[in-house]
Design a binder for this molecule. Sequence first.
Ligand SMILES: [Zn+2]
Ligand SMILES: [Zn+2]
Ligand SMILES: [Zn+2]
Length: 384
Amino acid sequence: MLNRILMGVVIALLIVAIVPPLATHVHQFEWELVTPATCLTDGFETGRCKCGAKREHVITSTGHWFDNWIVTTAATCQQDGEESRTCTKCGYTQTRTIVAKHNFENKSNCTVCGTEYFSQGIDFKTAVYGQYTIAVVTSIGQCTDIDVVIPAVWKNLPVVIIDEHAFDDANITSVTIPQTVQIIGDHAFQYSSITTVKFAPNSQLTKIGSYAFSACRQLVSIDIPQSVKTIGSAAFDYCISLQQITIPSGVSVINTHTFTYCEGLQTITIPAKVWMIADNAFSSCTGLKSVIFESGSQLKSIEQTAFHACWSLQQITLPKTLTHIGPMAFSVCEALTSVTFEDPTGWSATYYSETISLDLSNPTQNAAYLAGIDSYANYTWNKK
Ligand SMILES: [Zn+2]
Ligand SMILES: [Zn+2]
Ligand SMILES: [Zn+2]
């Protein structure tokens, strides 16, 4: 009996705890728009109930409702165009550029204007060059051509420079360089897989940077334009497949390591203007059989190890203007049997404090001095 009473009390208490009072007020808000939402900004409204309760409420912006893009100015081959679209809600008009584009089909000339094909997707930047604004090729970018054709013009600016490292390590087979390019930057094509480099006629190229084609191990041929005056250090070193190269007549120095390890080179002609062949310029050109100095050569100096380890070189005739040969210039030239000095007089060889006068009238003897064992190979040679 007592248990039943207790049970009844517990149940009554539970009912009181769970069921809310019967006369609870339910808010009835009347909303008032304070700030309407626009396409881009949120709006705001407030609600009031008769009881005095207040609520606030953000109305989320919807974003523009744009119509389709409409071309307002069509792009041509040279001139960018423009297109626009308008929001049907607020009337806002958005515009964007249609990039000028040639109509190249099958990588041949533009079907509209006839412009010669060039590769799409290459990256450029602008730069100030002297008093001009020019275009610089900065990288291969999105270009997927393996035979890269660099345009002469980018955004109405002449393409004058191929930047340092622009195509280094690029997986490309050939590159065609336009007439406008004057500088190929340092390391520009280093380690790339190019086999040939083509220059447009009347090339204005003046400089090939250091390491520009270094270790292009598949490079077979490059016809360096006659306009080139500077070929940087190591520009072609480790181009082991290079068969033939013509050094332009305006070049006056063959820089250090320029052709080191060009094992495929068999013959080289040194232009008359060259006065110095620098350290290691042709070292380890193991296939080099013939070094010809152009008539009228102004060569003064062959620096140390310049022709070191040219195993195939058998004979060479050195110009009469020559006054200096650095140590080891012809060392390890194992096949060298004849070195003719056009002017064999006045020469001496120095090693530390020791100086010995040399009679260089015997080409066979000279070869032994320069390349042989127990020779004067590691001496510095000077002519009075
Ligand atoms: Zn209320
Ligand atoms: Zn809008
Ligand atoms: Zn065109």
